[in-house]
Design a protein around this ligand. Sequence first.
Ligand SMILES: Cc1cc2nc3c(=O)[nH]c(=O)nc-3n(C[C@H](O)[C@H](O)[C@H](O)COP(=O)(O)OP(=O)(O)OC[C@H]3O[C@@H](n4cnc5c(N)ncnc54)[C@H](O)[C@@H]3O)c2cc1C
Length: 581
Amino acid sequence: MIYNYGDCRQDKAVCHLPVIQFLMQEYVNHFDTVVIGSGLAGLNLARKLAAAGQNVFICSKHAITEGSSKYAQGGVAVVNPANLEDSLESHIADTLKSGQGLCNESVVTSILSRSWAQVNELIELGVQFDDGFNLEGSHSYNRIMHVGDATGRAVIKPLIDAVSRDNKIFVSQGYEAMSLIKVKNGSKVIGVKLETLSGQDMEDINQRVMAIDVWADNVVLATGGLGALFQETTNPELLRGDGIALAYDAGAKIENLEFVQFHPTVFKAKSGKNFLISETLRGAGAQLRNSKKALFAENYHPDAEMATRDIVSRAIVSEMRKTDSDFVYVDATKLSKEFLEKEFPTIYNYCLAVGYDLATDLLPVRPAAHYSIGGIKTDINGKTNVDGLYAIGECASNGFHGANRLASNSLLECIVCADFIAESILGLEVDGEVNQKLTDSIVQMESTRSLDENEFDEDEEIEYCSDYQLTNIFEEQEALDANFDLIRQVISKNLGVERREKSIRSTLKYLESLDDCKEKTVATLLTNSALQRKESRGAHYRVDSPKSLNAQARSTILSKDSMTIKDSDRPRRIVQKVAAK
Ligand SMILES: Cc1cc2nc3c(=O)[nH]c(=O)nc-3n(C[C@H](O)[C@H](O)[C@H](O)COP(=O)(O)OP(=O)(O)OC[C@H]3O[C@@H](n4cnc5c(N)ncnc54)[C@H](O)[C@@H]3O)c2cc1C
């Protein structure tokens, strides 16, 4: 069941807030599991839990379709057991190599061992992958399953259909998670506070900030990445690391946030929107040329255009500096128009629409923030260190990616980890071991509870772990936007493809002077993590310390015990000084 009961800003959906709010408060405000986020990770998990009889609430900040998942182009990395050339061992080895010493090998093995079965579950659900497997950077073999060059959209569609049909799943679109809820002085997360604006017009004095608390036995953060903290990003604007801020405020550990993967080839149209040029295009033979049209990738790494994304991104930044330019070119002119139209319809037609025929024209591109490798620290079962709180997908850090994500391993992670987490929530896990029999049995489980078996004691005192709030006051919103712009500027300037200790330190100081908000919490965590890593490794490159150091071959972990972000003496919304700037 999908209910639009909020400000579905992007889809301009009809809102039935009062009715739904009444329903929620009176009858169904306690769920077995609340999943915050409706990307591939959240949808797949909710579907599995509901199939086992759980009542699940999915909350999505915007429309259910909106998130990185929908924009994924390249595909899902998975080894077909029938392919005797490739092997699970090879996929494991490639993943570990990319992760540069920081992967958890047992997590990598567990996820990849279950990958073929889980991808096939999606095929049974209706995902129609193309025949043939593509090649992407740092994979030893062609193992990328894809649906043209719009894989994400094709993968989430049947999931959205399944979730919409399922009357055990309650979806809210347009409500934003603002805080996790605990029993006062307790350690267990028991719910989430959601807020929305009742309308879309900031100057409409009739619209109100509406808040609702939803209670659950388990709360799962599936809030995606943090790319929108950077000015240049492939991520949708809404992905600012919200889940990381909420988890940190609730006492969760945050791991390896310094590792932000930049996608090397992003095209910026005149409309201002970034558009990703998938590396499968380079896998198919496209090359990189600097602004003087010279090939350069081979000068940086023997794998040239197919080296890992951090290496290609740094090579591009270096060439842009050398040629005093803010772009390099993707040259796909070796590939025929027919091939491009057939294999890369989305990319080819998008470029054509904005004036570039990839069969004949060079396309200007540059790196942009793309994927958050670190996140909320979890085990393979998605469990955080906070009781009742799980994390899945891009917002989580379970040790699969280490210091650098192998291309197309992230959709795979969302698909497979839903299975591990479902097992854990349903009490079926066996010491985190692969257990396919149990996975199969989830679907046959009977419901373990009904809606009116509400164990939550209404007289119990609760506490909100965060104090973020939406505003319905125009001037305040303007000031908050200005505050966010300042965060984005400083993060983009100092925490980009190349970093230096001095600028990282100055970023921390600058962030302290800004007003508290979720974005500031995440930016501060990211900057602190970068400061702690005094070496270069994976996606984190320090110009002033370009080598990997054995002593730093460990994860960066931050929590409220190790650092404080908020200045509780400062009133939260005094933002005039920022707005005036
Ligand atoms: C352009 C692009 C291309 C990509 N291509 C590939 C690829 O080919 N292969 C691959 O493996 N990976 C790819 N990726 C990465 C991959 O798409 C993501 O890692 C993955 O989809 C993340 O899924 P998710 O479910 O964790 O998050 P998302 O799909 O980003 O969903 C996040 C959800 O959280 C919700 N949310 C966020 N904050 C809140 C809040 N406060 N309250 C309520 N809801 C909230 C959002 O509304 C959204 O529903 C690509 C990414 C991009 C941007």
